[in-house]
Design a protein around this ligand. Structure first.
Ligand SMILES: NC(=O)c1ccc[n+]([C@@H]2O[C@H](COP(=O)([O-])OP(=O)(O)OC[C@H]3O[C@@H](n4cnc5c(N)ncnc54)[C@H](O)[C@@H]3O)[C@@H](O)[C@H]2O)c1
Length: 243
């Protein structure tokens, strides 16, 4: 029996990279996954391979979100989870960053997360989970990634607010409590990695963790309150992983 049996999860930016690995892992754990991306050929091929559903979703477009949620419900009947994974990175010093580039990064990383929460949370089963993919640079500074770091700081703030605003939803014990997550480039084969889902207790306040992290093969689903205010919370990274 998988850890995510029966769950329906939308993963954005799932055609490649971390999103692809998340889609593969969730499927292996029994979830029904909606692979969402703008890379249609690649996304469709992945969905076909793992038995998921592909939807074209530009995370910066509200109408795309509405269509994606409708497609997910049409295919699987309900939605239990969202991984706001889609993100882009541009390297430039602040003084050399064109406004267009800054806005492009904000549109995907920040507005995309906002629209994801806004579009999916109302449709989600109570007790569902939203993971907003932030970054180490969402908690500290790093030269030459100003637009990216600003957008990821915004993701952390958005997630904190979402955790508070959505904490009242959900059944008896534990409603969803979204928090940023930084699943880095996996260095081990997918077959040896497992997700660790953590949630904050109902009614508690503050920033929370409902994040999908790659723990060891012995890790298991557990409920615990946890804060994400410290950068240490996100330092489950592999050597050489970027931003
Ligand atoms: N790779 C890392 O080390 C690292 C570290 C920290 C955080 N992150 C974050 O993790 C997430 C995934 O990173 P990755 O390295 O796998 O990136 P990637 O570039 O390999 O994949 C990103 C995916 O997002 C998709 N995408 C881009 N713009 C989109 C849009 N407008 N709508 C929908 N999909 C869109 C791309 O097509 C691609 O499939 C990002 O949010 C990134 O900021 C990555």
């Amino acid at each position: 029996m998988g850890k995510l049996d029966g769950r329906v999860v939308i993963v954005t930016g799932a055609a490649r990279g971390q999103g692809e690995q998340e889609a593969r892992l969730f499927t292996a754990e029994g979830a029904r996954v909606v692979v969402a991306d703008v890379l249609d050929d690649r996304g469709e091929a992945l969905a076909k391979e793992i038995g998921a559903k592909y939807v074209h979703l530009d995370v910066g477009r509200e109408d795309d979100w509405q269509a994606a949620v409708a497609a997910a419900k049409d295919a699987y009947g309900h939605v239990d989870g969202l991984v706001n994974n889609a993100g882009i990175l541009r390297f430039n010093t602040l003084l050399d960053t064109p406004l267009d580039e800054f806005m492009q990064v904000v549109r995907v990383n920040q507005v995309g997360c906002f629209l994801g929460v806004k579009s999916v949370a109302p449709e989600m089963s109570d007790g569902g989970t939203i993971v907003n993919t932030a970054s180490y640079t969402g908690l500290t500074g790093m030269a030459a990634v100003g637009a990216y770091a600003a957008s990821k700081h915004a993701v952390v703030g958005l997630t904190r607010v979402a955790a508070l605003e959505l904490a009242g939803r959900g059944y008896a014990s534990t409603p969803s409590a979204p928090a940023p997550s930084t699943p880095r480039c996996p260095t081990r084969p997918a077959s040896t990695r497992r997700p660790t889902w953590t949630r904050r207790r109902r009614g508690s306040t503050g920033c929370t963790a409902s994040s999908c992290r790659w723990g060891g093969s012995g890790s298991r689903r557990r409920w615990r309150g946890s804060r994400c205010s410290s950068p240490r919370r996100t330092r489950r990274t592999s050597p050489g992983s970027r931003s």
